[in-house]
Design a binder for this molecule. Structure first.
Ligand code: NAD
Ligand code: USQ
Length: 406
C-alpha cells in the first residue's frame, strides 16, 4: 500500500513509519516539524540524540534499501498544499498522528490553549475536507486517546468507543442504540480529541470516509525492532515536565537519581501500551478497514492499566529510587479505577508486551546511556490546570525554588 504517515517524525509516528516501510509499504511522512520547534521553545531536547528527518530516512535507506519519503507540510495551515499532495499521490491509507499531544503543554497559557485547539482541530478537519474534495478513498487511521472517556469508573468496563443505550420513545417503547461514549476530557488537549471524534462521525456518515479511531493509552518504552537497527534510527524520548509521560519520566528519573515525581497521592489509574505494540496495532488496524458508509471503527489501543503510585513503587523497587509525593499540577480526581475493554486488537492477533521488570530495566539502561543529555531543571511539571493550583508548585522535589515560564 501507499501510506501517508502524518506526524511521522514524532515519538509514535517515526517507529510506525519504519515498521510499515519494513513490511514493504510505500511510506510518505508528512510533518511540519513543529515538535522540534516546541523543544526549542521549551528549552528541552529528546533524551536520545535525534538526527534530522532527512538524515533518519537516509540511514533507513542505507540499512534496508527501502525509501521513506518526507514532505514538509503543516496540515493545519497549508490546506492547499495538503490537497495538492493528496491529489498527486492518492495514498491507499493515511495514518494521522499530526497533533499537539501533550496535556500539560495545552494548559500552559491561553496562547498554548489556542495553539492546541487551532492546530489539532484544523489538522483533522483539513484532512477530512481535502480527502472528500480530491475523492481520495483512503482508509484514515487516527491516533486518538483513552482520555476521551475520562478516567472515572462507574463500576463498568469502558467499551470500545460506543455505549449501548435504551431510549424510551414518546409511545412508551424502548429503542436500543449505540452512541459515542460520553466525552469527558481532562485537558484542552484531550478536548481536541473529543472534537475530532465528532468530525469523524460526520464525515463517515455524510461522505462515506472510511475511518478508524484508535483510543490509545500512555505509550511507554523507546525502542522497536526497527529503531534498533542503527544508532541513528533511535526514537525520540521525552522526559520534561510537559511532554514526558509518567512511566518514561519515572524511568529516566530513576536513572539519574532524581526522586520519582508522583502527583498528589498517585491514585490515578491509567491505560498503558508499549511502543512496540503501538506500531503493531497500527499495522493491524490498517489491515482491517471499515467499508464506506460504515460508522467509525473504534479500538481501545492499550494493553494494561496501572495506578501511578504502584508504578512509582515498582520502579523504586527495581532501581532503589526515592519517591516524592508532590502537589498535583492538574485538576484530576485524586483516585480513580479504570477497567477497559480491548478485545478487538487481541482478536486480531495482538500479543501484548506487558510491563515486565526486564523491559523496565532496559529503558533505564537507555536512560543511563544518555544521562549526560538530561537537564534536571526541565523535569518539574509546572503547567498548572487552574490559577489556584499555580502557586502550589513552587519547589522541585529536591527543594529548589522554581521559576515558571510560559
Ligand atoms: P509527537 O508530538 O512526538 O508527534 C507528533 C508529530 O506531529 C510531530 O512530529 C509534529 O511535528 C507533527 N505535527 C503536529 N502538528 C502538525 C501539523 N499541523 N502539521 C504537520 N505535522 C504536525 O507525538 P506522539 O507521542 O508521537 O503522538 C502521536 C499521536 O498519538 C498524537 O496524536 C497523540 O495524541 C497520540 N497519542 C500519543 C500517546 C503517547 O503516549 N505518546 C498516547 C496516546 C495517543
Ligand atoms: N503524572 C505523575 N507524575 C508525572 C507525570 C504524570 O504523577 O511526573 C500523572 C498525571 O498527573 C496523570 C498521569 O500521571 O494522572 C498520566 O499523565 P501523563 O503525562 O503520563 O499522560 P497524559 O497527560 O494523560 O497524556 C499522555 C499523552 C497523550 C495521550 C494520553 C493517553 O501525552 O498524548 O493521549 O497519555 S491517556 O492518558 O490514556 O489519556
Amino acid at each position: 500500500m501507499k501510506i501517508a504517515v502524518l506526524g511521522g517524525d514524532g515519538f509514535v509516528g517515526w517507529p510506525t513509519s519504519l515498521h510499515l516501510s519494513n513490511l514493504g509499504h510505500e511510506v510518505h511522512i508528512i510533518d511540519n516539524l513543529s515538535r522540534r520547534w516546541i523543544d526549542t521553545e521549551l528549552g528541552v531536547q529528546s533524551l536520545t540524540p535525534m538526527d534530522s528527518i532527512q538524515e533518519r530516512t537516509r540511514i533507513w535507506h542505507l540499512e534496508t534499501g527501502r525509501r521513506i519519503h518526507f514532505h514538509l507540510i503543516d496540515i493545519a495551515r497549508d490546506y492547499d498544499l495538503l490537497k495538492a499532495w493528496l491529489q498527486e499521490h492518492r495514498p491507499d491509507a493515511i495514518v494521522h498522528f499530526a497533533e499537539q499531544r501533550a496535556a500539560p503543554y495545552s494548559m500552559k497559557s491561553d496562547r498554548h490553549k489556542n495553539y492546541t485547539v487551532n492546530n489539532n482541530v484544523s489538522a483533522t478537519h483539513n484532512l477530512l475536507n481535502a480527502m472528500v474534495e480530491t475523492g481520495v478513498d483512503a482508509h484514515l487511521v487516527h491516533l486518538g486517546t483513552m482520555g476521551v472517556y475520562g478516567y472515572s469508573s462507574v463500576g463498568a468496563a469502558i467499551p470500545e468507543g460506543y455505549l449501548p443505550v435504551g431510549i424510551e420513545t414518546l409511545a412508551g417503547r424502548r429503542v436500543d442504540q449505540e452512541i459515542l461514549y460520553p466525552a469527558n476530557p481532562g485537558s484542552v488537549y484531550h478536548m481536541t480529541k473529543c472534537l475530532d471524534q465528532l468530525l469523524f462521525q460526520f464525515y463517515a456518515k455524510n461522505d462515506g470516509v472510511r475511518i478508524t479511531d484508535l483510543h490509545q493509552g500512555i505509550v511507554w518504552g523507546t525502542h522497536t525492532r526497527e529503531t534498533r537497527m542503527h544508532d541513528q534510527l533511535v526514537n525520540r524520548f521525552d522526559y520534561d515536565g510537559d511532554y514526558g509521560t509518567v512511566l518514561n519520566r519515572f524511568l529516566i528519573q530513576a536513572a539519574i537519581g532524581y526522586p520519582l515525581t508522583v502527583h498528589g497521592t498517585g491514585g490515578q489509574t491509567r491505560a498503558f501500551i508499549h511502543i512496540q505494540d503501538s506500531v503493531r496495532c497500527v499495522e493491524l488496524a490498517l489491515a482491517s478497514a471499515p467499508k464506506a458508509g460504515e460508522r467509525v471503527k473504534i479500538f481501545n489501543q492499550m494493553t494494561e492499566t496501572h495506578r501511578v503510585r504502584d508504578l512509582a513503587e515498582l520502579v523504586s523497587e527495581i532501581t532503589g529510587a526515592q519517591v516524592a509525593y508532590l502537589p498535583n499540577p492538574r485538576k484530576e480526581a485524586p483516585e480513580n479505577d479504570l477497567v477497559v475493554r480491548n478485545e478487538q486488537f487481541l482478536d486480531l492477533g495482538l500479543k501484548p508486551t506487558t510491563l515486565a521488570e526486564g523491559l523496565l530495566s532496559e529503558v533505564v539502561d537507555v536512560a543511563k546511556k544518555f544521562t549526560y543529555r538530561v537537564d534536571r531543571s526541565r523535569i518539574p511539571a509546572l503547567s498548572a490546570w487552574t490559577r489556584d493550583i499555580a502557586p502550589t508548585l513552587d519547589a522541585d522535589p529536591e527543594g529548589r525554588r522554581l521559576k515558571r515560564v510560559s
